[in-house]
Design a protein around this ligand. Sequence first.
Ligand SMILES: [Zn+2]
Length: 289
Amino acid sequence: MVSTGRFAPSPTGELHFGSLAAAVASFLQARSDGGRWLIRIEDIDPPREVPGSAGRILQDLLEFGLQSDLPVLYQSQRTDAYKNTISELLESGDAFWCSCSRADIPASGVYPGTCRDGLSRDKTPRSVRLKVHDMPICFNDLVQGRIEENLAETVGDFVIWRADDLPAYQLAVVVDDACQRVTEVVRGVDLLSSTARQIHLLNRMKLPVPRYAHHPLAVDAKGRKLSKRLGSDPISLLSRSEALEQVLHFLGQPCPAGLSLEDLWSWALENWRLSRIPGFEQISLDSGA
Ligand SMILES: [Zn+2]
């Protein structure tokens, strides 16, 4: 099977250093192996969306030379696929309707199973949850190593269809990764905590589990995610080749200084090593950058 990677930004702002790092890492991991690379716009959360953002992200990626090998997939056009999956999971008994509001969930955040065995007639179904099992889910992250999570202890039965009638992030990601035949999920370590839920969903849907690699987050000297920094978006201050050079260094790839964009890509495709990505520790970029 041809290896397939993807970059899946939410259209909630500009392409920033951290998202560019995820795009570059996923691209190099797929392409250096002769595989293909896809872009997916995760626009399933209209309240959070910034108008025009998806177009600007795609344009920015294009200026870096990053182009999807297949037409860009928009999650907003995939509602039928998500609804079909919800129906199947409800029918198989893996999922159930829940009437709980936020106030009904204990402070631990772990769902106590209130609606698991059905709703009484006076309750209104609001969201759909997936049942979890009281057993560890294990996977080998290619950067972070062996990860183990027992969903019954960390989240409990989790929402896959939201009370505001939108697909939950976890569901949409899994349905689309399967649809796009993604074999390599390379993304920021902030999504590591979603991975066990996504593997559990894949298992319930009897779909193959991709390989995962979670790279560190780009943070400034005070430990703030760069994506949250206002008014100092580093990539807009740099030339494209300077920005790519910084991203490659951030990902632990020792590219020579001062290359053109084209030569940087040639170097990176030939020399990319996932194993060079620094592990658990978050890396601090030069605060003067
Ligand atoms: Zn409930």
